[in-house]
Design a protein around this ligand. Structure first.
Ligand SMILES: NC(=O)c1ccc[n+]([C@@H]2O[C@H](COP(=O)([O-])OP(=O)(O)OC[C@H]3O[C@@H](n4cnc5c(N)ncnc54)[C@H](OP(=O)(O)O)[C@@H]3O)[C@@H](O)[C@H]2O)c1
Length: 270
């Protein structure tokens, strides 16, 4: 396994749930982080549990098209080099189907889950490929760079994207949310195919039910959904997803676990 010490990470949606669990796991392994979400006070609270120069807080709306550049610039300015691990995690759910979900929420969800994710994936990918010789322009230089990366075990470059099981298996009961994750799942795989020749790993994580703030902020009717969670439970925790992400990013540079689908053992569907 590769060490995660001194990796420079950016995590969006780090104030709760999966993002918070991953922030804590990475910090405990010695990574340096820029963490983002809208609630600055919650981010500061998390950062205050770690040495002062290990976690830098950068609050903002992940749906803002300008945020990705500012986040990446902030990581470079804070830690003196470009981020080598970017976790595109900020996102929200929405209770209901195409016919009965709240149309007033559609735009915000699409903006956060798809457009915000796209801007960050795009900016990160474009920066990461400038960190190495271009394999199309100078194959020999790239081969030497890649050989050295393998020999010394790094630097690894990872873009980790939070999709969902409902981005692969249609659930008519959360179809508007699911459609945003279908988009994210396919964009992550498309970017993986584009980035593979550079040795940049684009990894899709597809969780089933994870008990976080997600259910409340999506407006789930908790009595009914709680009973469903009980029937397939215990459901996952943020820590379970974080552990899977750590597994993927700790692989040697020439090994890529492309896609991880992770459900509570007793969840059949979606
Ligand atoms: N929980 C599940 O069952 C489940 C299953 C599959 C996939 N996922 C995906 O996993 C990711 C994380 O979800 P979670 O379960 O950890 O949910 P969560 O507990 O609700 O956390 C969501 C995080 O995203 C942040 N966020 C939401 N909108 C944002 C915005 N516009 N700008 C910046 N940050 C924003 C929230 O912080 P602020 O409110 O402070 O901004 C929070 O830190 C999401 O992409 C979600 O779709 C979750």
């Amino acid at each position: 396994m590769q060490t995660l010490k001194d990796r420079i990470a950016i995590i969006t949606g780090a104030s709760a749930g999966i993002g918070e669990a991953l922030t804590r796991d990475l910090a405990n392994q010695g990574a340096r982080l820029v963490i983002n979400a809208r609630r600055e006070a919650k981010l500061q609270e998390i950062a205050s549990d770690y040495p002062k120069d290990q976690i830098s807080v950068f609050a903002g709306d992940a749906g803002d098209p300008a945020l990705s550049v500012r986040l990446l610039d902030h990581a470079r300015a804070t830690f003196g080099k470009e981020a080598d691990l970017v976790v595109v995690n900020a996102g929200r759910g929405l209770w209901g189907s195409l016919t009965d979900s709240d149309t007033e929420e559609w735009e915000d969800m699409i903006r956060t889950n798809i457009l915000g994710a796209c801007h960050l994936m795009r900016e990160t990918a474009n920066r990461m490929v400038t960190q190495m010789p271009d394999p199309d322009k100078d194959a020999d230089a790239f081969a030497a760079h890649w050989q050295k990366t393998i020999e010394v075990g790094g630097p690894c470059r990872d873009i980790v994207v939070l999709g969902s099981t409902v981005g692969r298996h249609i659930s008519p009961f959360s179809s508007m949310y699911g459609s945003t994750k279908f988009a994210v799942n396919s964009l992550a795989e498309a970017l993986r195919r584009q980035m593979a020749k550079y040795g940049v790993r684009v990894t899709l994580i597809e969780p089933g039910i994870v008990r976080t703030e997600f259910q409340e902020s999506a407006g789930y009717e908790m009595e009914g959904f709680g009973a469903f969670m009980d029937s397939v439970g215990p459901v996952l925790r943020g820590e379970d997803i974080s552990r899977s992400i750590l597994f993927t990013i700790s692989q040697p540079p020439a090994v890529h676990v492309n896609d991880v689908m992770i459900r509570p053992t007793r969840q059949e569907y979606p």
